[in-house]
Design a protein around this ligand. Structure first.
Ligand code: K1U
Ligand code: ZN
Length: 172
């Protein structure tokens, strides 16, 4: 079989990153065709997660793989947080849509999420550590939120300017 075609990743401050994704009404062939392309795009970019929003598909679909071996892909369709721990921790985050920028974000240390898997079966995921952080980060993408929006306006503007400059230089 051919390798799945990679999808271009939107870069901050692209306004399309602020689109709120709509729920997926059926896990059909169309959706099943997007999943391998998103996974291939995430692996090619060396990410641990990818939200459909980041590839300009505004539907509630996330792929994640936080395993060392990069062999445990997870697909979350229409994810909903059922419970988030009141205990939070600040940890370093990055984002494939904000290349080269890493900063601390406060997140719940554990979450329980209900979602459909790639076959359309309902699943409950109890997550902690990096998986919990990644799920929260990706679910923010589905709501049109990028992690830099947790940072101060000063930092955010500096990041915006830096990325716009890099974008212009790449096209010069
Ligand atoms: O959403 C994305 O752009 C993927 C993002 C997921 C993520 C990383 C770190 C914390 C929360 C969410 C990435 O995969 S960024 C690249 C990466 O692999 C990475 C960066 C920092 C820490 C750990 C991994
Ligand atoms: Zn991200």
């Amino acid at each position: 079989m051919n390798d799945p075609e990679l999808l271009p990743i939107l870069r901050y401050p692209d306004p399309r990153l602020h689109t709120v994704a709509r729920p997926i009404t059926a896990v059909d062939d169309r959706v099943r065709a997007i999943i391998p392309r998103m996974l291939a795009t995430m692996y090619a970019a060396h990410g641990i997660g990818l939200a459909a929003t980041q590839v300009d598909i505004h539907e509630r679909l996330i792929v994640i793989d936080v395993s060392e071996e990069r062999d445990q892909p997870m697909v979350l369709i229409n994810p909903e947080i059922e419970w988030a721990s009141p205990e939070t921790r600040k940890g370093e985050e990055g984002c494939l849509s904000v290349p080269g920028i890493y900063d601390g974000v406060e997140r719940s240390v554990a979450v329980r999420v209900r979602a459909l898997d790639g076959e359309g079966h309902s699943r409950v995921i109890e997550a902690e550590g990096m998986l919990a952080v990644c799920i929260q980060h990706e679910m923010d993408h589905l709501m049109g939120k990028v992690f830099v929006e947790y940072l101060s306006p000063l930092k955010r503007n500096r990041i915006k300017t830096k990325l716009l400059k890099a974008e212009r230089a790449a096209h010069a």
